[in-house]
Design a protein around this ligand. Structure first.
Ligand code: SAH
Length: 350
């Protein structure tokens, strides 16, 4: 490893920060030795806070109807080949009940931006969920809504909100999204969510078309400044019915490298080892944990609709029952010396 890389890693570990060009160099000049050192430091930093435990969240994909047209996403509105579905509130509650029996204490309701899910319908759903399972945390991942809407959902009982910023570079953001979407609005949503008292998750894809180490450096700087409770990152994976069908997927290597850096920037942050990572590499989720991630999100959606929530090609875990997904991840984590815990899994800040 070059003295430059070594010095950058020393500074990052001590100061929890690098200048923008420092992040960029750390990415550009990376080598297997710098990856190994970062992973070692990241695992150490996580261990001091979370031991060898991995938090688990039950993911319920409530709808694949979407009014947006993000260029990378398989459920974008202009994909005519996408078979649309939407779960009823009763189906969603049934998924959560099943999840509860399997030990889940956090439910993530994720979906496209489906106008069927009005504030009224969502608030009723959240209230019922909270009444049935008061010891559970509810996370929403339903895209951009108005501040008023976020406020109502929060008052109804939602605890957390995941909204990946996708990229912290305005020009890059525009190249990934249709003209009616804006970087400013995405960032405003994250700000609103935080002010309303949500635990907030941001995040980005690794290897999205047009992304260079300069954009990634901005993502790292944003994460350093915003200090989200959670940061979801996973490789970009092309979907055959999108304009990015011919673009190459992101790599496990770079995703893991960034997971280690994110852990060192903000040691308490919740970092999921994502399904996308498991999709491009059969051992991807294990590698993510070994690089510094501490959350996994098995799927609780009804098997009948799993295949339809296809954000990218070849998504894994579309054939198994919820219990199988839970058991599979349990075994995978144990195989690398980690233990899944079934608490709400809140961030541990001091
Ligand atoms: N509509 C919600 C949920 C989006 S799906 C929202 O806007 O937040 C969750 C995440 O999947 C997205 O934020 C995006 O980062 C990721 N994603 C979408 N398409 C993808 C692809 N082709 N490859 C990898 N990740 C993708």
């Amino acid at each position: 490893m070059t003295p430059e890389l070594f010095a950058l890693i020393e500074t990052l570990t001590a100061a929890r920060s690098l200048p923008l060009n420092g992040y960029q160099r750390l990415i550009e000049a990376r080598c297997p030795e710098s990856a190994a050192l970062l992973a070692k430091q990241a695992v150490q930093a996580r261990k001091e806070i979370y031991g060898n435990t991995v938090y688990v969240r039950g993911l319920i994909e409530i709808s694949n109807f979407c009014r947006n047209d993000c260029l990378y996403c398989g459920i974008r509105r202009s994909n005519r080949h996408c078979q649309r579905y939407r779960l009823t509130p009763e189906q969603i509650l049934a998924c959560a009940d099943e999840g509860y029996l399997l030990g889940f204490r956090t439910f993530v309701l994720q979906g496209g931006e489906d106008i069927f899910f009005t504030d009224k319908i969502l608030c009723e759903l959240i209230c019922t969920l909270k009444q049935k399972h008061p010891d559970c945390a509810i996370t929403l991942s339903l895209g951009e809504r108005s501040r008023e809407s976020y406020q109502l959902l929060r008052e109804a009982g939602a605890d957390r909100y995941l909204l990946r910023h996708e990229t912290a570079d305005r020009t890059h953001y525009q190249s990934l999204h249709p003209p009616e979407m804006s970087y400013e609005h995405r960032m405003q949503c994250l700000q609103d969510l935080r002010e309303l008292g949500y635990q907030v998750g941001c995040g980005f894809m690794v290897g999205s078309p047009g992304q260079t180490s300069a954009e990634l450096a901005r993502d790292l700087k944003f994460m350093e400044e915003f200090k989200p409770d959670m940061c979801g990152i996973g490789p970009f994976v092309p979907h055959r019915d999108t304009p990015f069908r011919k673009e190459p997927a992101g790599t496990v290597e770079l995703t893991c490298y960034l997971l280690s850096i994110l852990r060192l920037i903000y040691p308490p942050v919740l970092l999921p080892s994502t399904t996308a990572l498991g999709t491009i590499d059969p051992q991807g989720r294990e590698k993510g944990i070994q690089a510094g991630a501490n959350v996994v999100m098995p799927n609780l959606s009804p098997v009948s609709v799993r295949k339809q929530y296809e954000l990218y090609d070849n998504k894994i875990c579309t054939g198994e029952e919820s219990a199988q997904c839970r058991d599979c991840l349990d075994a995978r984590m144990r195989s690398i010396g980690y233990e899944i815990v079934t608490s709400r899994g809140d961030i541990k800040t001091f």
